[in-house]
Design a protein around this ligand. Structure first.
Ligand code: SF4
Ligand code: SF4
Length: 98
């Protein structure tokens, strides 16, 4: 039987300097795109809190205003956490067009 590789046998991975995330625009990883509907938004900030890429845009009055598609990877967490319901959804995921 083949023995599984232990951690000491694994090669070293890459590492990046801290504070460089803004240089890497990860929006082209996206397969789905969140569409923001301002009329239905209740400004609860759940999407802003949970977005792992800090891609939720706030306007000058600190209101949720949209999605920064340069960094949005399309994970859908904002859609899942948004408390608005059905036809009053403030965020809906749509297939990314090429
Ligand atoms: S889909 Fe993911 S990365 Fe994009 S805005 Fe929503 S939570 Fe952020
Ligand atoms: S989670 Fe939904 S309702 Fe709350 S701020 Fe974001 S888009 Fe608006």
């Amino acid at each position: 039987m083949k023995k599984n590789m232990g951690w000491r046998e694994l090669g070293q991975g890459d590492s990046l300097p801290a504070g460089t995330a803004a240089e890497f625009q990860t929006g082209d990883w996206r397969r789905e795109r969140p569409i923001f509907n301002k009329e239905n938004c209740i400004q609860c900030y759940f999407c802003w809190i949970y977005c792992p890429d800090a891609a939720i845009i706030l306007d000058e009055n600190k209101k949720v205003a949209g999605i920064d598609y340069r960094y949005c990877k399309g994970c859908g967490i904002c859609d899942r956490e948004c408390p608005t319901k059905k036809e009053k959804r403030a965020i809906i995921m749509k297939e990314e067009k090429k």
